[in-house]
Design a protein around this ligand. Sequence first.
Ligand code: EPZ
Length: 418
Amino acid sequence: MDKIVVQGGERLTGEVRISGAKNAALPIMAATLLTPGKFVLSNVPRLRDVVTMEHVLRVLGAQVEHHDHSITVDTTNCRYHEAPYELVKTMRASVCVLGPVLARQGRARVSLPGGCAWGPRPVDFHIKAMRDLGADIEFEHGYIVAEARRLRGATINFETSSVGATENAMMAASLADGKTVIQNAAREPEIGALADFLRSMGSNITGDGTGTITIEGADELHPADVRVIPDRIETGTFMAAAAITGGDILIMGGELDHCATVASKLKEAGVEIIPVEDGIRVRGPERIKSINVTTAPYPGFPTDMQAQIMAVMTIGQGSAVITDTIYTDRFSHVPELRRLGADITIDRNVAVISGVDHLSGAMVMATDLRASAALILAGLVAEGTTEVSRVYHIDRGYEAIEKKLSGLGAKIWRESEN
Ligand code: EPZ
């Protein structure tokens, strides 16, 4: 296993280019299973989760090749319908093959994902959507077993918005017989990206980006090529890096309106964020102002930026209250931030961060993707050396983060742990 080593104290300056969005690429890769043929996906980030999804597609019978940041997928011979535990347990997002495989093959056997570092992550909304569309669903030996000769359009009402369940419903409904209306649909930019891709495949989808999405089911779809949108969480993470180091960077290729809430909260903390012709200029203040943040479904403040904004608040002037309403226990980064000298108390899903004058480097352990990013951000300003172990977590969702940060002047490198 590798670790990332950071010598703190460098102000970040220079330019960094944002990669394609992991959380757009994964459902788009699953959507190729809806129809036979060849697809070219470009601007695909080189990440562990993308490689895992490539394996899932191959297990289902697709031929998948990747060349740099492009993937070619040939789904002509997709006759298998099982997504095995060995793959699904490493990446919950694999569950989004359920809708497309069921819709195209008439049956699907997908492992239940199990939990993750911050607790159980149920898939009951996914199951409900498939049942609403007429599927018979059983559970056996830890697998979802779904059958449906032909799905039929329905009204699907989610009690709370769910990105993955909305994506599964959109893909399944694209081949259903008749009209589907998804109410309380997720509104994330990745939903819009999937809808654009499905429309380019011949699906009749409207309303994406609002809470109500309507899909007129088709008898068949056709392949299409697609360019993946930029990663709004990577963009927010680099904004946070400029903020915490008092740096001055140019973020190339990011989409500011996809992370507008993150930008407005960082501005409240004293960060200058200026859209410029070829990117976003971000200048951190001498001292961060402590602010309060509550996560919410898009367009609210994303839970995937909760750990990163907490890292920034550890050296804030004052006290910050961070509440996560999406995942009530997504605080595995807190004990590790405390090892760096942060002053954080937790009460259920609320963290109170009292800003300290400085952090001090230490050995810490990554526990999940966004927690890893938070520890690296804190290491950028901690006095001395910080070593973040188990960085396979960060490789799931950030492409060469240490290279991008060292390109901005950080003293950061990767070492083998043994
Ligand atoms: C997506 O996960 C993202 N992953 C997550 O990003 C992100 O944290 C999450 O959305 C919330 O924004 C991908 O897009 C691959 P949800 P997803 O269904 O779809 C509950 C990262 O760091 N829920 O929107 O799994 C759930 O427990 C990852 O890139 C149910 O109760 O999230 C949560 O409280 C981490 N039953 C809330 O809904 C269900 O069937 C939102 O979850 C499904 C979800």
